[in-house]
Structure formats: C-alpha cells, structure tokens
Design a protein around this ligand. Structure first.
Ligand code: FAD
Length: 611
C-alpha cells in the first residue's frame, strides 16, 4: 500500500553528491534543520571526480582527512612526440604555481571518500541521507515567498523500497528552502524550467582507474601527454592507483544520435588506445579495473540558479565542463557553501532575505547574490575550459602539422590559468556584501578574494599559529582588527576609541549582535604589531577578542624559527592599523580604518537585521 505523511523542514537538499553534502553539512553544523535525500541506494563507491584544488583543501576544515587519505600532486610532467616516434619527457614543473597558500599542490581522492568526510561528520550531528528517495513533484506557493515564517515549497518524495517491508512510500515535505544538488541531469532544474546555455563539444574522452604496471617514470606525477595518437592525462591517486584520461575517436563510441554508447567501449578498449599514445612506454593489462567511463565534453551554464529565492540549484546542476582541470567537485562544493552561509543567516533571522538578493541601491539588476557570484564564476570556468580543452585535445605541433599545439603554448596556458585552477584567484565583484571602498589600507590583498594564510603568534602564550587556522567556516563574519603597535600609547588610544565606538548603541556590533549572541554573527580576532616580549594580551579592550587565543602578534617565535614579523608589511597594512571584514567563506568583504566604524555599520546595515 501507499503510506503518506507530512513533514516540515527548513532546508530540503535533493542530491547527496559533493554539492548537496557540503551544504547539508554546513547547515547542520550551524544548527539548521536540514534533510537530505538521494536516489542512489548507497554513496558512490569508486570513480567520478577526484581532484581537490588548494582552495578547497584550505577551507571548510577538510584538510586533515584530505591530507591523510589523499595523494598529493606536486609535479606536472609534460610529454610530447619525440623524433624517434612515440613520446618523450619535455618538462617538469610545479603542478600548482600559486605560492601564497599552505597547500601548494593538488590532492586526489575519489569522490566517495570525499563524500564520506561529510557523511561521517553529519552522522555525528544526527543527520543521515534518506535513500533511495526521489522527488515526484515540487511546487512553490508564490504568495508566501516573502513570508519569513512560511514553508512555501511543497515536495512529494517517493521511496521505492522499504528495506524491511517491500512497500511504496510517499511523503509530503513542506520546506522553507530547497536545494537541487542533483547533478548534471538535475530533476529540480528541469522541473523549474531552467534551461542550460552553451553547447556540446566534439571531444570524446575515456576514463579508467587502475593500479598500473608500467615503465613510464612519471606515473606518480600528473602527466599531460600530447602524442600523434591523441592526448592523455595521468592523475596519480590513493592506494597506488592512477586515473587515465584518454582522448577517443568520436566515431568509435558515439551512436547515430550523437550520444555516447557505452556498449561500444570498455576499459580494455580505452587502455588499448592509451598503449598507442604512451608508446614507447608500456602498460600491462591489470587483473581488474577500479572504475571506467566515457563522456563527451559539454560546456554549459544554467540560465538561472534560483526560483523566487526559495529553490536553488548548485554544482553540476548549474554547470558542466570537462573534468581534466579537476574543477567540477571543487566548484560544486564552493557553490553550495557560498549559498549555505547566506541561508543560515536568513533562516536565523540575522540577515534580511536581501542577502539572497542584491539590493537595488548598488544598481544591480541581476537577480540574486548567490547566483550573481557563482554564475559569473561558472562562466569564467567555462571560458577557461574552452581554451584549455582545445589546447589539450588539439593535435601536437610538428613539422607536418604547423597549426598544432606547441609545448610552449600549452605550458603558457597551464601557468596562466594556474590562479584559476587552484581556486585561489577567484574574485567576487562589488555587491552589497563586497565593498571595495578602503582597498588602499591593505594594498597587497584584494577585496573580493580569499585572504591568504599568514604565520603569526598567539600573544598570550607565543604559540605559532596560522591565521587560517582561526578562520573556521562556521558561518560567522570574522573581524580582523589590525591594532598596529599597541605599545605606543597614542596608537593604543586609537584602539581604545575604536573599541568604545563598537560598544556604542548605534554601531553595527551592538545592533546586530546582542551581548549574549555576540559570537553568533561575528568572531573578532585582534592582531597587534607590538613585540612578543612586551605585549599583554589582556591590555587590549575586552570586546576586541572573543577568547584569549584570539589575540595575535606579528612577530617571530621565541626560537626564531616560525612566525615572520612581516604580516603587516606583506598585507600592505601600515602602523595605523585597519579592520578587515571576512565573509564566512573567507573572502575579504570590506576594509575600514580604525576611526571609521560608521563605514562598517553602513556596510553591515545593507543586509544584517537588528536582533
Ligand atoms: P553529483 O556528484 O552528480 O551528485 C548528484 C547527486 O544527486 C547524486 O548522488 C545522485 O544520485 C543524486 N540525484 C540525481 N538525481 C536525483 C533525483 N532525481 N532525486 C534524488 N537524487 C538525485 N569529475 C571529475 O573531475 N573527473 C571525472 O573523471 C569525473 N567523472 C565523472 C563521471 C561520471 C559518471 C559523473 C556522473 C560525473 C563525473 N565527474 C567527474 C563530475 C563530478 O562527479 C561532478 O563535477 C561532481 O560530483 C559534482 O557534484 P554534484 O554534487 O553537483 O553532483
């Protein structure tokens, strides 16, 4: 029989891939009532995405497990046609050419293991994925979309098989918000009538994961191989595995309608093409294959990311592109974290719904802020992907093929796009939450980009600490108060006036965070340029640090090994100090001089709500 029941939830997440799990995890950790459903009976066992860029490794507290379980890629090796036929090593360069990060390398780990990181943490918080469950219908009551307390989205969920009873089961879920993180063929996207813009390419690739037996010396490095037989990429992986991406001839694997026909191929066929490409190096047939697939590269972006700011889509549901630059899973998780912290503030009542929408004040006509930031990013990603895929899939340069891709050309692209592929160069444009007014107060960082890591000491115990370790993805805004040299009485006077202004009733700090709730919206960290020998952490006004461990000093440690004493100069902050506001996702949102609390108050007033 059919059982039906009704339930309410703040956020219903449809799809438990990297995008859905990242958001569910972030929402659950912030105390939001969240439900996740997926049509798969089990999480991904092998294959699919595996590349983690430095920006992902340094965020969301993922690094511990990623570094423990994943493989690190430090070198990119390039192979090109040799004069004797076959291929030869041309160059080895750093795989990541960004330096201002604590993780200047790519990490690889299969998608299921990444999903497990979120699933384990969610289980500890009592949140499990309901599976196999699919949505059957979705409706929004338009008259309720602006009502703070309403549950305007109604979704019918179906569970095909009960584990115990063999029964069909329908449930009606009333949600405040729904996130469609249901992959490239997104049901949510289609149900909302959101079109994908862009096109399919002619490039067909095969992927195979295996433990190799080969004489290729760079098999534990990332390899980009251009041969006269087509291109190949090798990605070293966990547990001695590697992944081979092999360019295939479309005619061999595509059916009359232009779709990939998986029955025309198999891992052995892909490996046979690889053998020709890798010649004179050899690779033996393994006893078994870990995973394989074939795909045609489509380069598309969804025309909208939301409907009424109540239903959103994220991840592959919004954008598809080639996987070789290792962007898909990263972009997907960053989409959904970008949305999650905004949803948390709106749901908790600490932000207006305008946080999900841009204010007309700044003359934005693009719908929503999440969409505004992440759709631009997706478009940049596709533009990058078009150039990169063309160079990668192109025939190599030779005396017979003067139009071919030369090594110099490919290398240049690889390095130019480095900021992009590492995720460290992402820059959000000005909006109500990115205000570039006082950029000159910190010349060496960019408002709209993530703040780079910096070695500092804790003032109270001189323990070396990286600034990033304090920038936890906990949905709070971080106020970094660069106090300047607090040993100087006149500078200490400025700091005290700043602290006093923060306490004044009209200031954003007083208005948007009641005393008890002070640390739910903001976390405050002070960074002095005084010497460790003289600083008294508790001499700083008490409202400028949320805990003793959050008073830092820009100095070298007691043994002269770590710390630097150069953080102020490397960020371009002078002795007068400055306040840097970081968004919950670590992007620099605004900067102010210590004597301009009104700037900060008007910045926050555009989207926070008084409590
Ligand atoms: P997905 O990981 O696709 O997750 C979507 C989730 O939604 C899935 O768990 C799915 O079961 C669920 N779902 C879908 N429809 C419904 C529905 N109607 N109801 C309920 N649940 C639903 N990237 C690379 O970088 N390298 C690769 O080699 C690579 N290979 C891939 C191979 C395959 C076969 C696929 C599908 C993807 C591959 N990708 C690869 C892409 C990469 O997996 C994605 O970029 C990344 O996983 C995006 O995360 P996501 O959460 O947005 O979507």
């Amino acid at each position: 029989g059919i059982a039906a029941k009704d339930s309410k939830v703040d956020v219903l997440v449809i799809g438990a891939g990297p995008a859905g799990l990242m958001s569910a995890f972030a929402l659950a950790r912030a105390g939001v009532n969240v439900r996740v459903v997926d049509k798969r009976p089990k999480k991904v066992a092998a294959g699919q995405a595996d590349g983690i860029q430095p920006r992902t490794t340094e965020s969301y507290g993922l690094s511990d497990r990623l570094l423990k379980e994943g493989t690190q890629l430090h070198v990119a090796a390039f192979y090109n046609p040799s004069r004797n036929g076959g291929i030869e090593l041309t160059d080895r360069i750093p795989d990541v050419n960004a330096t201002d990060t604590n993780f200047p390398f790519e990490v690889t780990l299969h998608q299921g293991a990444i999903e497990a990181i979120f699933l384990d943490d969610m289980r500890d918080m009592g949140v499990e994925v309901s599976r196999p469950v699919v949505p059957a219908s979705i409706e929004v009551t338009e008259t309720l979309v602006d009502d703070f307390d309403a549950y305007p989205v109604r979704v019918a969920l179906e569970r095909k098989h009960f584990e115990s009873e063999n029964e069909e089961y329908t449930e009606i879920v009333h949600a405040k918000y729904v996130l469609g993180a249901d992959g490239a063929h997104s049901w949510v996207r289609k149900s909302m009538g959101i079109a994908m813009e862009g096109e399919q390419t002619d490039y067909v690739w095969g992927v195979v994961d295996l433990v190799p037996d080969t004489d290729l010396p760079d098999v534990r490095n990332k390899c980009a191989i251009h041969s006269n037989n087509g291109s190949c990429m090798i990605i070293p992986r966990e547990d001695d595995k590697i992944r081979l991406y092999i360019q295939l001839e479309g005619k061999d694997v595509v059916d009359a309608s232009g779709r990939v026909d998986k029955s025309k191929a198999g891992p052995e066929m892909i490996l046979n093409v690889a053998r020709k490409t890798l010649y004179p190096f050899t690779i033996k047939t393994p006893e078994s294959y870990d995973w394989w697939t074939i795909y045609i590269i489509g380069q598309r972006v969804a025309e909208r990311y939301t409907v009424h700011n109540r239903i959103f889509i994220a991840g592959d549901a919004c954008h598809t592109h080639s996987p070789k630059a290792g962007q898909g899973m990263n972009a997907s998780m960053q989409d959904s974290y970008n949305l999650a912290w905004k949803l948390v503030h709106v749901l908790k009542g600490t932000a207006h719904r305008s946080l999900l929408q841009t204010a007309s004040k700044l003359n934005f006509h693009l719908g929503e802020l999440y969409e505004f930031e992440r759709r631009q990013y997706a478009q940049d990603l596709i533009d990058f992907d078009k150039k990169f895929a063309k160079l990668f899939s192109g025939k190599p340069y030779s005396e017979l093929n003067l139009d071919g891709v030369s090594h110099a050309e490919f290398l240049k692209a690889f390095q130019t796009f480095g900021g992009f592929t590492s995720g460290l160069g992402v820059q959000y444009a000005d909006s109500i939450i990115i205000n570039s007014k006082h950029q000159h107060l910190a010349q060496h960082i960019r408002i709209g980009r993530r703040l780079p890591p910096r070695p500092l000491l804790r003032a109270a115990d001189c323990r070396p600490i990286d600034l990033h370790d304090l920038l936890v993805s906990d949905t709070r805004f971080k106020l970094l108060v660069f106090t300047g040299d607090t040993h100087d009485p006149s500078q200490m006077g400025r700091v005290q006036r700043f602290a006093q202004e923060l306490r004044a009733p009209g200031s954003f700090f007083a208005k948007f965070s009641s005393l008890e709730a002070m640390h739910t919206v903001f976390d405050i960290i002070s960074i002095s340029s005084e010497k460790k020998e003289t600083i008294m952490y508790n001499a700083l006004p008490r409202n400028l640090w949320s805990h003793w461990s959050k008073v830092l000093v820009d100095d070298i440690d007691m043994r002269g090994i770590t710390g630097s004493g150069k953080v102020y100069s490397s960020l371009g902050i002078d002795s007068a100090g400055a306040v840097i506001v970081l968004r919950p996702d670590g992007y620099v949102a605004a900067i102010a001089p210590l004597d301009d609390v009104p700037h900060l108050s008007s910045y926050f007033a555009t989207f926070l709500r008084a409590c």
